[in-house]
Design a protein around this ligand. Structure first.
Ligand code: MD3
Ligand code: FE
Length: 213
C-alpha cells in the first residue's frame, strides 16, 4: 500500500508563533532516556517540593545539569546544589543534551546549549497549575520539553493568567520547542488520568531543558 503518512515517522505541528511540536521525535530513544532518568533518580530522588505558599506540589521533581530548579519556603530558584541534600545535581547525560540541541535546531534555534534540565514526574491526579517560566536569565533562549509515558492534556494560554487556553494532548515521545513570543505564555498540565504505560508504568515524565544563566 502507498503510505502517504506514517505515524512511525516524527512530524512537526506548529502551535503558535515560536512554538512547535515535534511529534514522536524522541520515541526511538525513549528507552535510553528512561534508563538515564532512573540513573539520575538513583543519585537524586524525585521529591514533592513545598511552594513558598506552603503547598505540597503533586508533581515530583529532580534535576540534572549544572543548575537545577527547585522551590522551598524562601522562593523559587536555580542553584548548583540541591537545597534538600547540599549535593551537586547529577550531570546532564550526553543523549539528553544532543536531543535538546537537535530539537531546538529543527525549530530554528541553532545555538541552544542547556545548562539545566528539570525532570517532572506525574502520577495519576498530579497536575501543574497555569504559570509562566521566567526565572531564566535570557528569555530569548527557548525551552525544549520531552514527554515520556502516560499522555497528558497540556494547557497553552496567553500572556495573562486569565487569557483563554487551548488544550493539546502531549504523548510519549513528543518534543516541544517553546521560544520567541511563546516563551512567556502561561501554561499548565491538567490532572493526569490513571493508566499504565508499557515502558514507564503508571507515570508521566517530562524533561524541560533550559538555559538558566
Ligand atoms: C511553554 N512543565 O516544568 S512542558 C515546567 O509537562 C512545565 O511538565 C510542563 O511547564 C510539564 O515548567 C509542561 C511544556 C512547557 C515547558 C516550558 C514552557 C511549555 C512551556 C515554557 C514557556 C512556554
Ligand atoms: Fe513551565
Amino acid at each position: 500500500m502507498l503510505d502517504l503518512f506514517s505515524e512511525d515517522e516524527p512530524w512537526q505541528e506548529p502551535l503558535a508563533e515560536g512554538a512547535v511540536i515535534l511529534r514522536r521525535r524522541a520515541r526511538e530513544i525513549a528507552g535510553v532516556l528512561y534508563q538515564d532518568i532512573l540513573a539520575i533518580e538513583a543519585q537524586n530522588p524525585f521529591a514533592h517540593r513545598i511552594t513558598p505558599g506552603g503547598h505540597r506540589m503533586s508533581v515530583a521533581m529532580t534535576n540534572c545539569g549544572d543548575f537545577g530548579w527547585s522551590t522551598d519556603s524562601r522562593g523559587y530558584q536555580y542553584s548548583e546544589q540541591d537545597n534538600q541534600n547540599g549535593q551537586k545535581w547529577p550531570p546532564m547525560p550526553t543523549l539528553f543534551r544532543s536531543l535538546a540541541q537537535e530539537a531546538a535546531h529543527e525549530a530554528g534555534f541553532s545555538r541552544f546549549n542547556p545548562d539545566a534540565c528539570l525532570i517532572n514526574r506525574y502520577e495519576p491526579g498530579a497536575k501543574l497549575t497555569l504559570h509562566q517560566d521566567k526565572d531564566e536569565k535570557d528569555l530569548r533562549q527557548p525551552i525544549v520539553s520531552v514527554s515520556l509515558g502516560l499522555p497528558a492534556v497540556f494547557q497553552f494560554g496567553g500572556f495573562e493568567r486569565g487569557d483563554s487556553t487551548q488544550r493539546v494532548l502531549l504523548e510519549h515521545g513528543d518534543v516541544v520547542v517553546w521560544g520567541g513570543p511563546s516563551r512567556l505564555r502561561y501554561h499548565g498540565i491538567l490532572p493526569l488520568k490513571p493508566g499504565v504505560h508499557p515502558l514507564v508504568g503508571a507515570f508521566r515524565y517530562n524533561l524541560t531543558f533550559r538555559r538558566a544563566y
